[in-house]
Design a protein around this ligand. Structure first.
Ligand code: HEM
Ligand code: HEM
Ligand code: SF4
Ligand code: SF4
Length: 397
């Protein structure tokens, strides 16, 4: 029985008509596995038109760590190449590009987390999410209980959540956390960009490359499955459902963000204090965003449970589902809070909403959210590299 390495060498020789040496040792197992698979794909090229990964692959003959980190984050895990591949398991070449790419993607999030030591939180992400949720809920339930049992409780106005948590108190709790989230994501993605620039030329991205990459990310072009019919989920059939549910989730999140930004402007620029009426801009944006998030998350959750067992990295299910759960709970608790004005449930719902928001925020830089910024960075480098002469002949690193 031949070893996997020997089989790979044989497949490359068959496909290319010549032998290309595999990468030497210091690369991690997950990087080596993608490198092995890319060498075979580079000979086969059946999936050339499917997504950005294959055109980026054909620009290379060898694959160093930076190349693989870049390709892994270009992959949108649409599954099209797995379902199309004649060498997919149970074939002995064991080609499963989405799984191998997903494993490297998680390694890049871990390696480039800021501070680096917190990258370990990706290892057991479900536990980290559960701990963050327990912390957030305990903190706000306890603070609310203290308020209600203390002398201040006479000031309680059930139609005004600021009577429990004054605006300045909320700002002083959430603003530093939000600033930390932005800073750590920025630091993480900057180190990642520095790494993949080695593979995609040192040239800075021209504005047109940034614009096209953003357009492709926001439209989720590469969840199109190559022919624009959508991606694969549980079988060979193409479906656009994952793309549509992601749009509901992504744009729902953005609408909630816009609602909070508009409310902040109202508060500081015009002195208009919340709670706002249902016809106000922050309320309309918030309710639209919340409803969109609920449908988006419910859809993504259902599709995730039904996904083909070979599709992606099963060890990351807890990270994916944990993130979907936090987004879902944030929107449900926010909407319940918004309709509870004047009701006796307001203090409980407010504590739940703030507790879940706290858990969502502190897990953002060390969880699934990283996929958005890392993919956007990889797409920007793809659009930059596309405009340069071919890399073939350059070193794989
Ligand atoms: C800085 C952190 C946040 C604070 C202090 C906060 C606080 C609040 C409060 C007090 C309300 C009730 C508003 C009202 O009834 O007029 C609310 C509603 C809501 N929140 Fe949050 N929230 C935060 C972050 C988020 C995030 C990140 C999301 C979603 C991802 C979200 C989703 C919602 C939704 C959907 C509503 C109901 C619609 C609305 O009233 O705008 N919240 N939030
Ligand atoms: C540049 C922006 C983004 C891009 C290009 C992008 C792309 C993708 C892709 C391709 C997937 C499926 C593959 C995978 O599981 O990794 C995915 C999954 C997901 N995305 Fe995004 N995303 C972006 C931003 C966001 C944002 C801002 C949110 C919400 C706050 C979000 C929520 C999710 C969720 C919940 C999943 C998990 C779905 C599942 O496991 O089935 N994404 N994203
Ligand atoms: S995934 Fe399979 S079919 Fe597609 S290029 Fe690679 S080896 Fe060929
Ligand atoms: S899973 Fe989809 S996005 Fe990833 S390499 Fe295959 S075809 Fe491209």
């Amino acid at each position: 029985m031949q070893s996997l390495e020997e089989l790979t060498q044989e497949a490359i020789t068959l496909a290319n008509g010549h032998s290309v040496p595999l990468q030497p040792a210091p690369l991690s197992d997950s990087v080596l596995e993608v490198s092995r698979q890319m060498m075979i794909c580079n000979g086969c090229r059946y999936c050339e038109g499917f997504c950005a990964v294959f055109p980026a692959m054909t620009r290379r003959l060898e694959f160093g760590a930076s190349d693989i980190h870049y390709l892994a984050n270009l992959c949108h895990n649409c599954g099209a190449c797995l379902h199309a591949c004649q060498y997919a398991p149970p074939h002995e070449f064991m080609i499963n590009v989405p799984k191998a790419m997903a494993e490297v993607r998680k390694d890049t999030y871990t390696a480039y987390a800021w501070p680096r030591s917190l990258g370990v939180l990706y290892k057991n992400n479900g536990l980290w999410i559960a701990m963050a949720l327990a912390f957030g809920l305990t903190l706000f339930l306890q603070m609310t209980a203290n308020f209600l049992s203390g002398a201040n409780s006479v000031a309680l106005d059930l139609s005004n959540f600021y009577s429990i948590y004054p605006h300045n108190m909320l700002v002083s709790i959430f603003l530093p956390i939000f600033a930390f989230v932005l800073f750590s994501l920025f630091m993480g993605v900057s180190s990642f960009l520095k790494d993949i620039k080695q593979a995609t030329s040192v040239q800075d991205a021209p504005p047109i490359a940034i614009a096209i990459a953003a357009h492709d990310a926001f439209k989720l072009k590469y969840l199109g499955g190559g022919h624009g019919d959508g991606c694969n989920n549980e079988d060979d059939a193409f479906s656009k459902l994952r793309k549509y549910f992601h749009h509901l989730t992504f744009y729902g999140f953005m609408l909630c963000f816009a609602a909070t930004s508009v409310a902040t402007l109202y508060h500081y620029l015009f002195g208009w204090e919340a709670p706002y009426v249902y016809t106000s801009l922050p309320k309309i944006l918030g309710i639209l965003g919340g409803v969109s998030l609920i449908f988006g998350c419910a859809g993504l959750f259902t599709l995730n449970l039904r996904r083909h067992h070979l599709h992606g990295d099963p060890t990351q299910k807890q990270m994916d589902i944990g993130f979907i759960f936090l987004l879902f709970m944030t929107s449900v608790s926010g909407l319940l809070l918004a309709v509870s004005h004047g009701g006796t449930s307001m203090p409980l719902l407010l504590s739940l909403h703030l507790g879940v928001v706290m858990a969502l925020f502190i897990t953002l830089p060390y969880g699934k959210f990283a996929h958005g910024v890392f993919r956007l960075a990889a797409l920007i480098r793809f659009e930059t590299e596309k405009r340069l002469p071919s890399n073939i002949g350059l070193s794989g690193e």
